[in-house]
Design a protein around this ligand. Structure first.
Ligand SMILES: [Fe+2]
Length: 89
């Protein structure tokens, strides 16, 4: 939620309009299935943010690149968290 706010603020500053439509929510049949999906979601977010950082830097937008590097670090921590949980299951 904090990330969404930061991204929305940046988008707004750049003249864009953030979407308010959330993606559909995945409901797993088991806790393990849900943890696996969470891990995949983190992996997809990591790939997306790396691409955004690359494009921002190519466009000379250091502020957006810095914002997404900070968010990327958080996502890598979340990813690590889900890996640890899954290893213990
Ligand atoms: Fe995350």
């Amino acid at each position: 939620m904090k990330h969404a706010e930061e991204i929305a603020e940046r988008l707004s500053y750049l003249g864009g309009e953030p979407t308010t439509k959330p993606d559909p929510i995945f409901i797993g049949k088991s806790l393990k299935e849900m943890m696996k999906q969470d891990k995949r979601d983190e992996e997809n977010a990591i790939e997306l943010y790396k691409e955004i950082i690359k494009r921002a830097r190519e466009g000379g937008d250091e502020t957006t690149a810095r914002l997404f590097r900070k968010i990327l670090q958080d996502e890598e921590e979340h990813h690590d968290f889900f890996i640890s949980i899954l290893e213990g299951m």
